[in-house]
Design a protein around this ligand. Structure first.
Ligand code: URA
Length: 494
């Protein structure tokens, strides 16, 4: 019996070197026990260990050992799962792969399915960590000798994903110094370099400060009582994560006050359409995409499958720095579709299109034009937020043609599934995505243009353009034209 002691719970390199040596030596999975320095060996997932058994020589002969493409990627994710049997499971798979090189394609195989499920759970935990980490200011710029603020966050992921998600946070908050403390590992970014230290105690986490208030205010302002579905809400923000979220303290109060607020909203303004709760089919699609990558995804059969695909999309690089892919929303067969450019800062956090400042202008103009937003499907040409960091802010960057082209796949499927009679492109990026070529707004706005799928296209200004126009007279003129165009598009529908 051989006992392999890995250096840490996430020691993928150690597992890999040991597994390779053991496999080349021909040591059967039943004869190997995997453990981590300082932990008790897991005797149930391997064989019985003999006292004093030696670890394999990591410098074993470098003979060829080939594994199918995708196995190492799968193993890299599985290692981060909290299951005690993960190292043994991977070694069993590696062993079997030598005789059955196509084993990973056998989705009914119990060990393959288990490894896939572990990898999926790890991917999900990483995604949630990206969305739910909340930083608190621990040293402000004036107090810091180098004038750089320092932030810290406490987070308890269900799997060991701190190191895996660290590059995302470093890219996204490149100009700020921060630490993310988790029970497994702590991540530190000093604006140049990532460092990792052992796991921390919750007592090391900074407590209340202004950032918490910011998050609470933000959450309360984006919370829509008319869409209250506690089940769906807890599936997007599972209770597991609530303890690390300042805004979670608002949930009971917001839920309790939802009826009153709904009544006021009905009286006051059009209600945005509902967010879908992922169906079984969508969850399956998500699992499949997580496994195969969105490039390999078949044409989505419904909007939920499409939403799952957007969520895991890797068709361009924008997903790296974004919190999430933002799908469109609205009725399944809305006769009218609005296409914006891309989610902005607030949309990226909320996961919904047009909820930030541009969304306010859009809502106001829709109301003036008599267009009910809840009868339209509202989406974007590009589904991830492109931006660059500037201090604590994330500044919008216009997506390039390649990104628009990559994301057009999703927009085309949204159009195929919804079959709107009228598609309104808001701004130049949306026009490029809808028409497949550059369409100057000034020259093309205000009239219907036939699209190959028999729908009618309308081009108009983007609401952000109205916000940015400095001259009040110009601004009023463009806004009036915008309202006219919305009215015109709604007239085409009717
Ligand atoms: N701008 C857009 O184009 N879309 C949004 O969803 C928000 C701002």
């Amino acid at each position: 019996m051989r006992v392999v002691r890995l250096a840490t719970e996430t020691d993928f390199e150690g597992w890999r070197a040991a597994a390779r040596a053991l496999r080349l030596e021909g040591l059967n999975p039943e004869a190997v026990v995997w453990t981590v320095d300082g932990a008790e060996p897991d005797l149930l997932s391997g064989g019985m260990a003999e006292a004093g058994a030696a670890a394999p020589g990591l410098g074993a002969p470098q003979a060829a050992l080939t594994v199918p493409r995708g196995f190492m990627e799968l193993a890299g994710a599985v290692v981060l799962h909290r299951s005690a049997e993960r190292f043994a499971l991977l070694y069993r798979l590696l062993w079997r792969l030598q005789k059955q090189p196509r084993l990973l394609e056998v989705t009914t195989d119990i060990e393959v399915a288990k490894a896939r499920a572990y990898a999926h759970a790890v991917g999900h935990a990483a995604h949630k960590m990206k969305a739910f980490v909340r930083f608190r200011l621990v040293e402000d710029a004036a107090a810091a000798p180098d004038g750089i603020e320092t932030f810290a966050a406490w987070f308890e992921p269900p799997h060991r994903v701190a190191e895996r998600t660290a590059p995302f946070f470093a890219r996204r908050f490149s100009n700020m110094r921060f630490s993310i403390l988790t029970p497994d590992a702590c991540v530190h970014w000093d604006t140049e370099r990532l460092r990792f230290t052992p796991g921390a105690d919750p007592a090391d986490a900074p407590s209340d400060d202004a950032l918490e208030d910011y998050w609470r205010t933000y959450y309360a302002s984006t919370f829509n009582p008319a869409r209250l579905k506690v089940k769906s809400m807890t599936s997007h923000m599972p209770k597991l994560y609530w303890r690390n979220l300042p805004e979670a303290s608002l949930i009971p109060e917001l839920v309790a006050g939802a009826n009153d607020r709904t009544a006021r909203m009905v009286a006051a303004a059009p209600t945005p359409p509902s967010i879908r709760t992922p169906s079984q089919q969508a969850m399956k699609a998500a699992a499949r995409i997580a496994r195969d990558g969105a490039w390999e995804m078949d044409a989505p059969g419904d909007l939920e499958a499409l939403a799952a695909g957007v969520h895991h999309c890797r068709r361009c690089d924008l997903w790296r720095d974004a919190t999430q892919g933002v799908r469109g929303e609205g009725p399944d067969h809305a006769p009218l579709m609005f296409v914006g450019e891309q989610p902005g800062d607030q949309e990226d956090l909320a996961g919904r299109p047009f909820v930030g400042p541009a969304g306010q202008v859009f809502n106001k103009a829709l109301a003036e034009a008599g267009v009910p937003r809840d009868k339209a499907y509202v989406t974007n040409a590009v589904k991830h937020f492109k931006h660059e960091p500037r201090g604590k802010r994330r500044l919008h960057k216009t997506p390039d043609r390649g990104e628009v082209q990559a994301c057009r796949w999703w927009l085309d499927h949204e159009r195929r599934l919804i079959r709107p009679r009228v598609v309104v492109a808001l701004g130049a990026t949306a026009a490029l995505a809808v028409f497949g070529k550059t369409m100057p707004i000034g020259a093309n706005r205000g009239h219907a243009i036939q699209l190959p799928d028999q729908s009618q296209g309308v081009i108009t200004w983007h609401p952000s353009f109205l916000l940015r126009t400095p001259d009040p007279e110009e601004k009023a003129k463009a806004y009036a034209a915008f309202v006219d165009d919305l009215k015109f598009a709604w007239g085409l529908v009717a």
